[in-house]
Design a binder for this molecule. Structure first.
Ligand code: AP5
Ligand code: MG
Ligand code: ZN
Length: 214
């Protein structure tokens, strides 16, 4: 099962992708997480990506496409995977489709988690991310057992650099301009599925399981 998560920044792609990956036992591949891990480790890729990410801009397609195409060719992806945050532009979608077509495969589902812009800014301000394992929480909607400490690994929680309100606005603008056209792209391919992302996390997950099948 090959799944793509679409949706604005903060729509809950990462939250749902993690649950889907666990339930269906497929790898969760988040390009944002890959870039953040590279930034943390001080790699060349991380240095390049950071200059774009901090401004709320997309990292150029040429730094993203090969990375994902290589990743999904790895052994653990042979029964499928869930892509979270990729593709984000039409050229990225074409590059993925092209690579899959070469091996006679295609994406099965593009799940669009729909959340209006008004709700997004609120969500992002309350999000906290673990510096150790990358787990995501929310001060109100997904609090940790102990404040400021990751439930999974015990490391410290921070506000992501790009979750400051000005940068969130910028990311939303970039989303509408560059990523939203993918909704039409996958709709034309007949694999688009819409879910209402304003429900609480468990209800959103139930809706997705309803689409993918138990
Ligand atoms: P990325 O990390 O992918 O960020 P994003 O798309 O902006 O999305 P987020 O991770 O911010 O949100 P999410 O939808 O995963 O929401 P979450 O589940 O955390 O990318 C970051 C940057 O990297 C980009 O800006 C770009 O520069 C670069 N990049 C990455 N991929 C790229 C690509 N392919 N091409 C080019 N550049 C790329 O939820 C948000 C919060 O809300 C959390 O606190 C959560 O607990 C809470 N929440 C979730 N669901 C609910 C709910 N139903 N109700 C209440 N609260 C909820
Ligand atoms: Mg995410
Ligand atoms: Zn952690």
């Amino acid at each position: 099962m090959k799944i793509i998560m679409l949706g604005a920044p903060g729509a809950g792609k990462g939250t749902q992708a993690k649950k889907i990956a666990e339930k269906y036992r497929i790898p969760h591949i988040s390009t944002g997480d890959i870039f953040r891990a590279n930034i943390k480790n001080g790699t060349e890729l991380g240095k390049k990506a950071k200059t774009y990410m901090d401004q709320g801009l997309l990292v150029p397609d040429e730094l993203v496409c090969d990375l994902v195409v290589d990743r999904v060719a790895q052994d653990d992806c042979k029964d499928g995977y869930i892509l979270d945050g990729f593709p984000r532009t039409i050229p990225q979608a074409e590059s993925l489709d092209g690579a899959l077509a070469k091996i006679g495969e295609s994406v099965d589902y593009a799940i669009n988690v729909e959340v209006p812009d008004e709700n997004i800014v609120n969500r992002m301000g309350g999000r906290r991310a673990c510096v150790g394992c990358g787990a995501t929480y929310h001060l109100m909607y997904a609090p940790t057992k102990k404040e400021g400490v990751c439930d999974a690994c015990g490391a410290e929680l921070i506000l992501r650099d790009d979750d400051k309100p000005e940068t969130v606005q910028k990311r939303l603008g970039v989303y509408h301009e560059q990523t939203q056209p993918l909704i039409d792209y996958y709709s034309r391919k007949g694999i688009l599925k819409e879910v209402d992302g304003t429900m609480d996390m468990e209800d959103v997950f139930r809706a997705i399981v309803g689409i993918l099948g138990a």
